[in-house]
Structures are given as structure tokens and as C-alpha cells.
Design a protein around this ligand. Sequence first.
Ligand code: HEM
Length: 187
Amino acid sequence: MYGMIHKAIRDMVKTVHGDQAWLSILSESGASDSDFLSLRSYDDEIAYNLVGACSRILGASAEACLEDFGRYWVLVTASEHYSDMMKSYGQDTFSLLTRMNEMHERISSTFSGYKPPFFTVDVINEQHYLLHYRSIRTGLSPFVVGLVQGLGEFYNESVNITLDKTENENGGEYSVFSVTRGPASSE
Ligand code: HEM
């Protein structure tokens, strides 16, 4: 994945857990200082190793680390550099998600040859929709949960997301999430 992703993981760990935690994670992951160039594409293994190292050093599950990272990505990384673009593509979480493929496509000249996921949205009713996620990678569904929670905060909305099902598809992953708007429900 692009180094921008590695860099955001590093920023999050340093900000939330401090420099010492980061040095331990870097060493545990086996990554090197040259693996953090934003506009360079790296083997996916580096990102997976960074997440695995976060999990072991911070004593949290890899899923929890990915969720935290998703929220951080939207609320800090994307908000800092792409806030205007996100607002121009969507005025709320739902409308941005319906145009996510277009937005990833739009930045494909910056991130040439990158492999973003593909999203579709099925409306159940005004308060409830299904988000379909397809990736060439596996294991990143918890990242989507955090990203969507982050979008809810970014747009100042109450958004709940739960994973309904996940399966392997063509060597990658296909997951369906249930997303509801409004106050948290026990559904
Ligand atoms: C607005 C700023 C955004 C930028 C600049 C951006 C850019 C990127 C980049 C560079 C990658 C790495 C892909 C690769 O190297 O092959 C990526 C992956 C990803 N993006 Fe975005 N993205 C943005 C917003 C979002 C949002 C809002 C979502 C959530 C719905 C999202 C969902 C994902 C996911 C889930 C991946 C992981 C790759 C995978 O699932 O296979 N992105 N994005």
C-alpha cells in the first residue's frame, strides 16, 4: 500500500501512545525508516506487519487497532489534506459513501496504480442502509468500520455500523455492513 498509509499509522501511534511506543512498534514490525514515503507504493506486507506489531505492543486486537486507525485516518489524515474534497463529494456520510469510488478514482493520478476498495450502497429505508465492500485484500473490514465511524464524526452525525457478513471472494474480501443513522440502537 502507499506509504501515506504507513505514515498515518506512525502519526497515530506517536500522537496517542508516544514516541517510545512507536520505536517499539517499528522494531517489532521489521519496517525501516525508508518505508514511510507518502507517494511510494510498497508491498502490502509492510502495512500488515505494522498492524500486527501495534496489536502485540499495545496489547489490543488487530481488529481494534484497525478500527482506531480508520477513525484517525478520516478525522486527522484525510481531514488535514482532503477535507474540502470530502465535503465536495458528500454532505453527509451516506452521500460520501455513495460516491467513494468516484473519489478514490479522482485521486488515482496522485496514487498511480493503487488498488482502493470498491463500495456500493443499498438503501433499506431512510435510517438504514447496507454498505457492500469489496477489496483485493483480506482482513481490512475492521478498518472500514473505523472509517465510517470517523465519517460520522466528521459530518457531525450519529452513525452506527455493524459487520453483517464477510467472505473471501477471488482471493480478496467481500463484506456487508449495516449502517444506521440516528441515536445508537440495540438492534
Ligand atoms: C479523502 C481522502 C482519502 C484518500 C487520499 C484515500 C487514499 C487511499 C490510499 C492511497 C489507499 C491505499 C491503497 C493502495 O495503496 O493500493 C486507500 C485505501 C483504502 N481506502 Fe481510501 N482514501 C481516502 C478516503 C477514504 C474513505 C473516506 C474511505 C471509507 C469509506 C476509504 C476507504 C479505504 C479503504 C477501506 C482502503 C484499504 C484498502 C482496501 O480495502 O483494499 N478511503 N485509500
